[in-house]
Design a protein around this ligand. Structure first.
Ligand code: ADP
Ligand code: MG
Length: 694
């Protein structure tokens, strides 16, 4: 097939691209461009419309315009404040304008009298003369005059040192021409027609060098669809592969599960019941489950995980729950111990800092199958841990596990069922891309009787007011959290601010109450003991770093004060706030910030005060930060989208997903779409292979 023979060419290293040698290849690599295909998909971040050159006499002050003329006089001035100004008179047939550059002395060597130049910038009238504050210019060396950089809509790319816009434009243009015959359509004709999409070749040409902005929009639409469609096809194929694997067919509806549910001090919400049904249905099928469970903080995911784990255990298999931090693992362990007591099932905790001997006993117990239910951290996926028959793995995701880590837990068994849980909701668009090969279960309702937490954003200066309020709650017998932002709690981090604050809270502000500091670098027993005492009400105020972010569940604590709240992201603030509002009492959260905080931080505080709905907060978070920041760049980088924007193009995403899944359903190995299959393989397979567990 001729097409397939060309494919390797398009995906060959960029140093073989036209006009790119070893040296330029290094520069392009720095921009993340590895192959020729990458180069053609290296898209402009903006354009400048240079198709309309304005005659100098017709320029209008206040506007950004493009002019073209000949350089006459060049002068260099120094102002009092040591600002250096270069000023050049530029003339065309209609008049003269003064081009102004600040602090770019080297330009005196480049700008030459008599040369022709194109300038873009803001037009200004100053002291009776026409000026242009230059933000971009190009000298016209004559022959290139009507080529790439002028008299057209001109693309601008992110650059790296040693590579100019002109260089890059030229390279891309040359290769668009050189590879022209390889730029074939991989989209099914039917879809192109259905969504009025232009051809791939036309789209690439017009995204780089648009004939006009209408064409550019059509190009973008086509490429966005292509990108999302290919990704969704890859996900659909992967999902399909799971479904073909042989898995464990668990017997569900065991009496013990019913007994467990009836032993709970509350009845399940209808959302919880629906999700449990979805999970048990999956577990009963002879194929591995790969499911993502989404639910807001406090929506009751733990019970659901427990039922899944329990089902595996009563079927004679082992079950494991992995959490990203020790404190959370421990919390889950305590929780499950308590929940499973009526059934006489004992979960085991496995974390890294156990005494050697104890750890060895546990590892042995897991290998021999004596331990049927284990809760742990990364310690679970260490090499020495081998399961006899792992049947069910729950991963409390918290966005913190790398894909590889999730994969390795799954590989501890033979096609076990896997349930991934998120701590806070992920926007639907992100879930469908990052976890798009998993089946999705959503808890969209809170246990009854929960009152939304009342949240107030306060200036630090009103700290005393907040303390007063906290004191009143303590008098009523409630407990409080104070949270300090320590982003990294690893070796080098300075814990001093948190310690100082805890000391001050105790000695100055709340001498009559018991204040206790909690941070991530304490020993495990110490943390465990503190949490026990807090749960038992023996500690009134827990002054903590973000270790309490996840899992901690003390219904009697109904006030939270978050210090330097501007330093936290939305997801984290929402997680933290989720620690309160778990009891019958009205709960409160105070966000203390300094006076001067960024515009974005202001937005975050406002969102927090406005809503308690994790799904809405997640959408805002995505809008404010973009997917990279939202997920942690490393993880997101796996699916790096080049053009599609999950906020702006969400409609397109849903369409692309629908079509991709339909296509893979009709033609599971894409036999009748070999180009498409080849392209997906080249573009996504290496990256998605890693993402096996989702
Ligand atoms: P998350 O989804 O954040 O993990 P949890 O599973 O920790 O939430 O549940 C939060 C709290 O709500 C726990 O104290 C749990 O016992 C309680 N809970 C869970 N389901 C219900 C329910 N249906 N009715 C009342 N309380 C519930
Ligand atoms: Mg939880």
């Amino acid at each position: 097939m001729p097409f397939l023979n060309k494919m390797p060419d398009l995906f060959s290293p960029v140093r073989y691209a036209k006009g790119v040698g070893e040296r330029k290849a290094v520069l392009l690599n720095r921009l993340g461009i590895r192959t020729i295909y990458d180069l053609l998909w290296y898209l402009p971040t903006y354009y400048e419309d240079r198709s309309h050159i304005v005659p100098i006499s017709r320029t209008s002050p206040g506007k950004r315009q493009v002019i073209q003329g000949k350089i006459h006089l060049i002068t260099q001035l120094k102002t009092q404040r040591n600002l250096s100004i270069i000023k050049a008179a530029v003339k065309d047939d209609t008049g003269v304008i003064y081009a102004i550059w600040y602090n770019q002395d080297y330009l005196t060597k480049i700008l030459k009298r008599g040369e022709r130049i194109v300038l873009s910038g803001k037009i200004d009238w100053s002291f009776g003369e026409r000026q242009i504050k230059v933000d971009d210019f190009e000298l016209l060396s004559g022959k290139e005059e009507d080529s790439l950089h002028l008299k057209r809509i001109v693309p601008f790319y992110p650059l790296t040192e040693g590579l100019s816009q002109r260089n890059l434009r030229r390279i891309i243009k040359n290769n668009l021409e050189d590879k022209s015959s390889y730029l074939v359509d991989v989209l099914p004709e039917k879809l192109k027609r259905r969504y009025c999409l232009i051809s791939f070749k036309e789209a690439l040409n017009n995204i780089h060098f648009p004939e006009n902005f209408d064409k550019q929009r059509k190009a973008r639409k086509r490429l966005v669809f292509e990108e999302l469609f290919l990704l969704q096809c890859a996900l659909a194929l992967r999902r399909r592969r799971y479904k073909e694997e042989e898995g464990i067919s668990f017997k569900v509806g065991d009496g013990l599960i019913k007994k467990f549910i009836s032993s709970l001090p509350f009845s399940l919400t209808s959302s919880q019941r629906r999700v449990i049904k979805e999970i048990l249905e999956d577990m009963s099928l002879p194929r591995p489950m790969n499911r993502l469970l989404q639910g807001d903080v406090g929506s009751g995911k733990t019970i659901i995980a427990t039922i899944g784990l329990l089902t595996a255990v009563v079927n004679g298999y082992q079950a494991a729950l992995m959490a990203p931090t020790e404190i959370l693992a421990q919390q889950h362990w305590l929780n499950l111990k308590y929940l499973l007591k009526p059934l006489n099932i004992q979960p085991t905790l496995l974390v890294s800092d156990l005494p050697q001997r104890e750890k060895r006993t546990i590892v042995e117990g897991i290998r021999e199958g004596k331990i049927s239910l284990v809760i742990g951290t990364h310690a679970l996926i260490q090499e020495e841990v081998e399961f006899r028959n792992l049947g069910m793995a729950v991963i409390d995701e918290q966005h913190r596990f790398g894909v590889m880590q999730r994969l390795s837990l799954r590989n501890k068994g033979r096609s076990p069922d896997v349930l991934v849980m998120t701590a806070t909701p992920i926007p639907r668009t992100l879930a469908l891309t990052s976890y798009g090969d998993l089946d999705l279960s959503v808890i969209d309702e809170m246990p009854p009787g929960r009152k939304p937490v009342i949240t107030r954003w306060m200036n630090e200066k009103r700290r005393n007011l907040v303390y007063q309020f906290v004191r009143e709650r303590l008098k009523e017998g409630r407990q409080a959290y104070f949270v300090y932002p320590l982003i990294e709690e690893s070796e080098s981090m300075d814990l001093k601010p948190a310690m100082d604050m805890a000391r001050k809270l105790q000695s100055e502000s709340f001498p009559e109450y018991r204040v206790q500091l909690l941070h991530g670098r304490m020993r495990r027993e110490e943390k465990e003991e503190i949490m026990q005492r807090f749960r038992a009400g023996k500690i009134n105020i827990l002054a903590s770093t973000t270790v309490i972010e996840v899992g901690v569940d003390v219904p009697n604590a109904n006030v939270m004060v978050i210090e330097n709240a501007e330093r936290f992201g939305l997801a984290q603030l929402h997680q933290l706030r989720g620690r309160v509002g778990r009891g019958k009492e009205q709960a409160y959260c105070f966000l203390l910030t300094g006076e001067k905080i960024s515009q974005e931080a202001v937005q975050r505080m406002k969102v927090m005060c406005k809503t308690n709905d994790g799904f809405r907060i997640a959408e805002e978070d995505l809008r404010l930060r973009g997917p990279g920041e939202f997920f942690g760049t490393r993880q997101w980088g796996m699916l790096n989208l080049r053009i599609a924007d999950l906020v702006r193009d969400s409609k397109m995403l849903f369409l692309a997903r629908k079509e991709a899944f339909q296509l893979v359903k009709d033609d599971p190995s894409l036999r009748s779409h070999p180009e498409l299959r080849e392209n997906i393989k080249r573009r996504f397979d290496t990256r998605l292979e890693l993402a096996k567990v989702g």
